[in-house]
Design a protein around this ligand. Structure first.
Ligand SMILES: [Zn+2]
Length: 292
């Protein structure tokens, strides 16, 4: 068997790292984002369904070294596998990431996390940071009904394995306002899992759903639903909880764990203000777990 998607890029674009979202890894940096076609999921609400649910990849071939060259000429700080599920082109991305590292660039992925321990073992040595996207509060019935996947359990295992292999992991969760996708007890379970794994460094991103693809009849996630989940995650003990797609700076800001001063203020996928002194709060000296 060989990968038909190898080097067949459907897009290559520059993005702020905050758009992934990675908030605790190289804030303010720019990444070259690349994708091919296909996915391991069939999310009925996918925002990129034109590429994720395609079965044919007809684009021309781009050599791994040309992706690195493209990133360097665009002044990128890193290269990201995103837009479609990067495991569909893991062989190619590993070759790209090797070249990226040699050229002094960092490497990140945005993934559904549905990968085997063997895939993590192949990937981790070349990957600096990853956003793992849960959907519908990691509820099993939600995964069966709206994603056509039997269980989210392998994702939790993959996150543990990535963490164990020293990849910087930030977990996101798309809150979908259907009964299976917005149960508060599921958010509590996810938050407890993240806190157990990452402790004081734990981050958790809650994302608002927008109707797309075959779920145009489901409304956007109400603000009060997101705020409820946000407070559950804080109650569990996660110090850095964020809300995405709600466009309220207050919930995209990193606050000092010691004195609560706003340290990194973000606004629409960018950093508006960053007063960090290295990885320390300039006011009280507390350490903030942000890789810079
Ligand atoms: Zn402080």
């Amino acid at each position: 068997m060989y990968a038909l998607s190898y080097g067949r890029l459907t897009s290559a674009a520059m993005d702020p790292i905050e758009k992934k979202p990675l908030f605790h890894y190289m804030p303010g940096s720019q990444v070259l984002s690349i994708s091919t076609a296909g996915c391991t999921f069939a999310c009925q609400f996918c925002q990129n369904f034109e590429i994720s649910q395609r079965r044919k990849v007809e684009e021309g071939y781009t050599r791994p070294e040309d992706v690195v060259r493209m990133a360097l000429s665009a002044d990128a700080d890193g290269i990201t596998g995103t837009y479609n599920e990067p495991t569909t082109q893991i062989e190619y991305l590993i070759d790209v990431m090797k070249g990226a590292r040699r050229a002094g660039l960092f490497t990140t992925w945005v993934s559904d996390g549905y990968m085997t321990p063997d895939a993590v073992e192949a990937l981790a040595p070349h990957l600096d940071a990853i956003t793992v996207d849960f959907k519908g509060n990691a509820n099993e019935q939600f995964y069966r009904k709206y994603i056509y996947v039997p269980s989210p359990a392998p994702i939790f295992e993959a996150i543990e394995e990535l963490h164990r292999r020293h990849v910087h992991v930030e977990v996101t969760n798309l809150v979908v306002p259907v009964p299976e996708g917005s149960d508060p007890s599921d958010v509590r379970k996810m938050a407890e899992f993240i806190l157990d794994l990452q402790g004081d460094d734990a981050t958790f991103h809650l994302l608002a759903f927008h109707p797309d693809y075959k779920m145009l009849n489901v409304p956007p996630t109400p603000r009060e639903t997101l705020l409820k989940m946000y407070h559950i995650a804080l109650d569990v003990g996660i110090k850095y909880v964020y809300i995405g797609n709600m466009w309220d700076d207050k919930y995209e800001t990193t606050y000092c764990p010691g004195c609560r001063a706003p340290l990194v203020v973000r606004h629409i996928f960018g950093v508006k203000r960053n007063v960090l002194n290295g990885d320390r709060c300039p006011h009280c000296g507390a350490r903030v777990p942000i890789v810079i």
